[in-house]
Design a protein around this ligand. Sequence first.
Ligand code: SF4
Length: 383
Amino acid sequence: MSDRDIELYLHIPFCIRKCAYCDFLSFSGERKTQEAYSNALIREIQAVGNREYSVSSIYIGGGTPSILQEDSMVAILDAIRNNFKVLSWAEISIECNPGTVTAQKLHAYHQAGMNRISFGLQSAHNHELEKLGRIHTWEMFLESYQLARKEGFSNINVDIMSGLPGQTREEYLDTLRKVIRLNLEHVSAYSLILEEGTPFYQMYYNTELNQELPDEEEERRMYWHGRKFLEEQGFSCYEISNYARPSKECRHNLGYWTGKEYLGIGLGASSYFNGKRFHNTDSMKEYLQMSDKPDRIRIEEEIVTKKRAMEEVAFLGLRLTKGIDMMDFEKRFECRFQDVYGDVMKRFLSMGFLAINGPYLCLTEKGIDVSNQIMAEFLLDGE
Ligand code: SF4
């Protein structure tokens, strides 16, 4: 049996404090719970591991993975290496919150083979960070960033947000300018989304905040000004919200967007594996008790039918700047892309929302501004 190329995602659900806009599965946890969780993760890794799975990327996300003690993190990575075949060139990323890393932690991460850090910064302005409920300041981020460089990390991403309450376009660009001066490799720049159940959502519907949020037009201007600026600085926008220096694209996320198989390990982690999508329980109690019995913790299993797989390739492919690879689609599904999507394609090509570039079908600038509506048209009826 030949090796199977997969990606791994590990979820660490702990945060020091919940940010006001966040709806991720994360909460504060005592040291004892964190240790029990690390052991449970290792048990799950041992239960699902297979040395015939070649792991090309590992993404440790959260939550705030950098909250865990470094020896726990190293033990988790050791368990992965002992139970999967991790390729020598694998990308191994860890999300870090500024203010939660120390030289000792970063040293241990680097020694353990982690080679990419993603810092959740969001803004270079302390008044914006405070409003977002972040636990750190711009200065704390700078310190964490410099420590990471000193410990040898040569591939660093920084997450930035636009469309914050009260934020002007100039303030957003100023954040980008400050970040770029650090000469980093990757920027993820997302617009703030009001997620139901978060304090921000409540405030918005109580009309406290809605006056302060930029309207849709201004939000689009922020996007295009930011994008132009980053491109002028030598970054390529390879996905709607992601920018990289040459060859520094996030391989893990590219895997998601191109339909590669991945196994999610940890509380609430999602997987796409063996033609199915499923995710782990989000009950900590259940997870701690049964993480070594994957069948008992996996819920909401969905079989990805051919139609569903086609839709996913289409709407995830449209997020990529180069677009959907129509030749690849044909090889994978044994039917021409045009035969499945000819009508919708023709309509949007004639309206100037889509363009063809060799074997790729991509969004135009005009299309990017209404990308959600266009992607929705690529959903197919029925099973
Ligand atoms: S640090 Fe990240 S995961 Fe944790 S609460 Fe803030 S946004 Fe959510």
